[in-house]
Design a binder for this molecule. Structure first.
Ligand code: FAD
Length: 414
């Protein structure tokens, strides 16, 4: 501890880091708090980068986690454009790219994740884009404005949101992916099939079970070659093929990493001075009863404050809320709460109309012997609170009633 107070250093000026820093201040009035971030911005929220910001409906100021005045008021020093290159646990210091050594009493790794590239020829051509930062979103926005054809590789949330934004701008879009249906890994085949209907009804060409063999072009991309011999013309390619947690500092410092920095329900590593939270962390979630690494806004905004309080030594700060995320695409809004493994949990789809009929709510629930573990609503806003209650309480349901859209959701408990 310094003579002025405990020194808290946060590496990563994103949502998780900013939320943790604010919670440290609430818990420790004397704390000396420094947030180091390599980007040239104050912490900002990323969901809009593939939604309203990408579509030109909001500006960069609207993405800020807090305005600059907040950090001044809270006596939180945020240092943009400072990249940490080493964590020296023995000395209790981090080292920056400029060689500066910054001492800590408590350290938080909130370094997020980085988009994967494709290990194929041509992946580094101009016009092959990924989407993580404000600048990435600006580049995708410019590419959409320049017109298509646009090929999106990957049918996860970000890939589909980019496809949706491009379609609304009238661009010719093809989504190529390796599963049978979009979102299959997160939602399973039955629910993914409904998204396939939604996406194709919007005029997107969907090519599933496809492998990208290479990207063609001289200097700038002009096509996507598939392993089956087809070539798709492309003015721009957006890669939405997942992210890797930025665990490199933790790994080099000898901390346990298993697709994420391994931490307990207080976000503490085996080193009691070092914590990790957000996309980079594999944390024990007490509501699920398992350790998970989630790439969700809520994991950062719920987890950050827990990590901040735990670092400041507050009792009872533990990650025990159900995971949550949302998406907006192709004219629908959706919310998913809980956590399901489609390979392990049973799914019940509750729908009275095809997914392409937007405006008609539909639902999916995942359960284990009737005990709910996750729920999704698509435009089911009138029932959103009921879905939240059912899932959060792990309600035990009558599966036949749950599947019947004629039975009110409030009456599906067994
Ligand atoms: C386009 C897009 C759309 C999304 N949409 C949704 C959505 O609709 N719903 C939802 O729930 N989630 C969504 N997410 C996910 C959500 O934004 C993330 O889960 C969240 O940003 C994670 O926050 P974080 O603070 O852990 O990481 P980040 O926001 O990535 O912040 C980490 C920061 O650390 C910095 N950093 C990394 N290493 C270093 C280093 N060594 N030194 C200094 N700084 C470093 C990075 O540059 C970055 O600024 C979306 C993400 C993206 C990219």
């Amino acid at each position: 501890m310094s003579e002025h107070g405990t020194r808290y250093v946060v590496v990563g000026a994103g949502l998780a880091g900013a939320s943790a820093a604010a919670a440290v201040r609430e818990s420790d009035p004397d704390a000396v708090i420094t947030v180091l971030g390599e980007e040239p911005h104050l912490p900002y929220e990323r969901p809009g980068l593939s939604k309203d910001y990408l579509q030109g409906d909001s500006d960069a100021a609207g993405l800020a986690v807090h305005d600059a005045g907040f950090y001044d008021d809270q006596r939180i020093t945020v240092r943009p454009q400072v990249r940490v290159t080493e964590l020296d646990r023995a000395a209790h210091e981090v080292v920056t790219a400029d060689g500066e050594r910054i001492g800590y009493d408590r350290l938080l790794l909130a370094t997020g994740s980085a988009p994967r590239r494709l290990p194929v020829p041509g992946a580094d051509l101009a016009g092959v884009l990924t989407l993580r930062t404000l600048e990435d979103s600006d580049a995708v926005k410019d590419a959409i404005a320049a017109g298509g054809p646009l090929v999106v590789v990957g049918a996860g949330w970000i890939g589909l949101e980019v496809a949706s934004a491009a379609r609304s701008a009238g661009v010719d879009v093809t989504v190529v992916h390796d599963a049978a249906v979009p979102l299959e890994r997160v939602l399973g085949e039955a629910v993914g099939r409904r998204f396939a209907d939604l996406v194709t009804a919007a005029g997107v060409t969907l090519i599933g079970q496809a492998e990208v063999a290479g990207l063609t072009g001289t200097g700038h991309v002009d096509g996507v070659q598939l392993a089956d011999g087809r070539t798709l013309p492309a003015a721009t390619v957006v890669l939405g093929v997942g992210v890797n947690p930025r665990t490199e500092l933790a790994e080099a410092a000898g901390l346990q990493v298993d697709d994420g920095v391994v931490v307990d329900a207080t976000f503490r590593t085996a080193d009691e001075a070092v914590f990790a939270v957000g996309d980079v962390a594999r944390a024990h979630n007490e509501w699920i009863g398992e350790a998970v690494r989630l790439e969700h806004f809520a994991a950062a905004s719920d987890g950050g404050p827990v990590a901040g309080r735990a670092m400041a030594g507050r009792e009872g700060a533990r990650w025990a809320v159900p995971p949550f995320f949302w998406s907006d695409q192709f004219g629908v809004g959706l919310e998913y709460r809980g956590w399901a493994d489609p390979a392990r949990h049973h799914v019940v789809v509750r729908a009275g109309a095809p997914a392409s009929q937007t405006g008609t709510p539909w639902f999916a629930f995942w359960h284990e012997a009737g005990r709910l573990v996750a729920g999704l609503h698509v435009d089911g806003w009138d029932d959103a609170d009921t879905v939240k209650d059912l899932v959060s309480s792990h309600a035990v349901v009558d599966v036949a009633r749950l599947a019947d859209p004629g039975v009110p959701l409030a009456d599906v408990r067994a």
